[in-house]
Design a protein around this ligand. Sequence first.
Ligand code: PAF
Length: 286
Amino acid sequence: MRILTIAKEIQQQILEEKKNGKSIGYVPTMGFLHEGHASLLKKARKENDIVVLTIFVNPLQFGPNEDFDSYPRDIEHDEKVAQSALIDYLFYPSIEEMYPDEVSVKVTVQHRTDVLCGRKRPGHFDGVATVLTKFFNIINPDKVYFGMKDAQQVAVVDGLITDFNFDIEIMPVETVREEDGLAKSSRNVYLLEEERACAHELYKGLNLAREAALHGEDNPEKLVSLISNHIMNYTNGKIDYIEVYSYPELKPLEKVSGNVIIALAVQFTTARLIDNVTFLVHNDTN
Ligand code: PAF
C-alpha cells in the first residue's frame, strides 16, 4: 500500500495505472474506519484491479455548530484497516492540500436535499458534492463505493455523477450492522452505555414499519407513528425526523408504493444517529 498526501502525485500514479489498463475502484471516507467501511473496501477489492481509499474530514460539509473539531480521527488504526483490506493507494491529504486558498467555486445541489438530513443540515450536501467533485477529478475512478446507511448521500451522488457527466459507476453497498441491528457508525462511540443498550430499537422500529407496509399499510403517516411510538417507548433519544419517500427520487408519497425509503435521525446525548430501510412495495399498478 502506498500512502500519498499530494493530489498531483496520486493523480499521476492513477494515470499510470490507467495507461496500463487497470480498473480503479474508489472508496471515499472521512476515516475512523469501521466494519461498514471495511465492507466497501472488500467489495472494491473484489471488483477492481486497483483500489484507492481517501481519508479526509471535509470541513465544507460541517455546519458551524456541528462536530468537525471533535469528529473522531485515528490514522494509525485506519492505516491498519487499509493494509488488511489490501488496498493499493491511501490518499490522506491535509486541509491545505485540498483547499489551499479560500474556496472560490462550490457545487450546489438543487434536488433531493430539502428532505431528511439535507433539510436539517443546510449546505451539507453542497460540501459533500464539492469535495467529491475534486476527488473524482483527482482519482478518476471507474467505480465508487458508498454505504446505503447514508441513502440520501447515495441519491445525491447519483445526481452529481449524472449531471456532471462523470464516467463513474456508483456502487451502493448494504448497511453493515452490529449483532443487535444497530447500524455501524463512527459516531456510535459517543453513545452513553444505556443509550448504546437501546440504540438497536431504531432499526427495530424501521423494520416494524417495513413489515406493516409490506402487509398493505400504505399510509405514510401511520408508518411514521408506528416508528415514533416504538422509539419513544424503548429509548430516551429525541426524534429529529422520521420520513417516508420514493427512492432514489426522495419525493413525498401519498400512498406507500414502488421503491420506498423510510429514514430517521435520532439525537442522543452526544450522538445523532441515522438509519433507513429501502424496499419495494408491489401494488396493482407496478
Ligand atoms: O460519507 C462520508 O464519509 C463523506 O460524506 C464523504 C463521502 C467521504 C465525503 O466527504
